[in-house]
Design a protein around this ligand. Structure first.
Ligand SMILES: [Fe+2]
Length: 403
């Protein structure tokens, strides 16, 4: 069903693959028609913002979007924000960050990054023949799939994440991705390889999305109680801290090998810039709770005790806790997050050239998937802005309801 509104936009369902269970996608994802980025009105911007918070992913087809227009629609979500989500200046102290090689900044609109794969021929948006590299899971996962399996089309989720610096800067509210060049190729099988036998057929080079609200809703009452009482303290300069570490085969966190850098070895950092965020982030429009944790950067957990009104039966950490043991931190987060990435809960975006996707970066997790050959040219424009305020966690009523 497509509903036209007074602003001239229509909102219909997004195309779900057979692997997705429709019961989890009633509110997730909308395809938008009638949008022309060269003529966007204030009314349309307001409607897009409202619909994004309600539906997490908005998909626009067949668009031509300039970097200025992409910045404009992204900026509309947070008019007080204006620097890229990881900061506009990615040279100097953060050079060893694992994100550095994946981004090429478009000089005249530095909040917009060119990402993708392959060597762009000639000059492009002020960049001289930029060389792009699609992240490959073998550079990050402890035990990658074998070459033999990769040749058969087996792949992995690279890294489930929120687009966020997780240090000093606040997580962007929205990320926009505009597909310029999309190489076509065979479907791949994304394998979880965590002993469950889970796997998911995916279009080549998909971006996989899972709803943080579903991630909360599918938890047992005991884990929901833990989720609303827990905060995650991230490591200082988390992408440098984890730069030698390896990921789990699901891409949902880090193996416990002791490879994180010592805090003394990191580039200079300040206590006051360390980020501590609730596990659940409250949706500013629907009031829903979304499990929003970037598991790779998590360093410690701070768990509040149960409120006096809550039943202690089966409760986890009823007295509260401050967990500093990394293995326990990771195991606890994995219990809260792994159910939410099961195959039937994943929306794999099947990219076409001209697609613009806006996603609620504070309401979902996403992952790069798949592998390209060197010759396959893929080009996307990505924009997000370090937010003007930190996300808000559960309120008193949420704690009463779930703790
Ligand atoms: Fe991302």
């Amino acid at each position: 069903m497509v509903n036209a509104t007074s602003s001239g936009l229509s909102f219909g369902p997004i195309p779900l693959p057979p692997s997705a269970n429709p019961k989890y996608f009633k509110d997730f994802g909308r395809k938008v028609e009638g949008f022309d980025p060269a003529q966007m009105t204030e009314e349309q911007k307001e409607e897009i913002i409202d619909m994004l918070y309600k539906h997490s992913v908005l998909l626009f087809k067949n668009l031509k979007v300039t970097p200025e227009q992409q910045y404009e629609i992204t900026h509309a979500f947070d008019p007080a924000a204006n620097t890229y989500g990881h900061g506009n200046n990615k040279t100097g102290s953060t050079k060893s960050s694992i994100l550095h090689p994946d981004l090429k900044t478009i000089p005249r609109q530095p909040q917009v990054q060119l990402i993708g794969n392959g060597k762009v021929p000639g000059e492009y948006e002020g960049l001289e023949s930029p060389q792009l590299k699609h992240p490959h899971h073998k550079t990050f996962h402890k035990s990658p799939v074998s070459q033999e399996d990769e040749d058969k089309g087996i792949t992995r989720f690279y890294r489930w994440h929120i687009d966020a610096a997780l240090y000093n800067l606040s997580p962007p509210k929205v990320t926009s991705l505009w597909a310029v060049k999309v190489p076509k190729g065979s479907e791949q099988i994304c394998r979880y390889d965590d002993g469950t036998g889970d796997e998911l057929p995916v279009p080549l080079g998909t971006t996989a999305f899972v709803s943080g609200k579903n991630m909360f809703d599918v938890l047992s009452p005991e884990l929901q109680s833990l989720a609303v009482r827990t905060k995650v303290r991230y490591a200082p300069h988390p992408y440098v801290w984890m730069s030698k570490a390896h990921a789990l085969p699901t891409g949902l966190g880090i193996e416990n090998e002791g490879l994180e850098m010592d805090l003394e070895e990191l580039p200079e950092w300040e206590e006051s810039k360390i980020k501590t965020f609730p596990v659940c982030w409250k949706n500013p429009v629907t009031g829903g709770l979304h499990v929003q944790v970037h598991p790779c950067g998590a360093h410690q957990l701070l768990i509040d005790p149960l409120p006096s009104s809550a039943s202690k039966e089966n409760a986890l950490y009823p007295q509260g806790a401050h967990i500093t043991d990394l293995t326990t931190v990771r195991e606890t987060l994995y219990k809260l997050q792994r159910p939410g990435i099961s195959p039937e809960l994943v929306y794999p975006q099947d990219w076409d050239e001209g697609d613009l996707v806006l996603f609620h970066n504070r309401g979902l997790l996403h992952s790069v998937v798949g592998a390209f050959t060197e010759e396959q040219l893929r080009m996307f424009h990505q924009c997000n802005l370090a937010a003007s305020e930190d996300p808000v966690g559960p309120d008193d009523e949420d704690v009463r309801k779930y703790a």
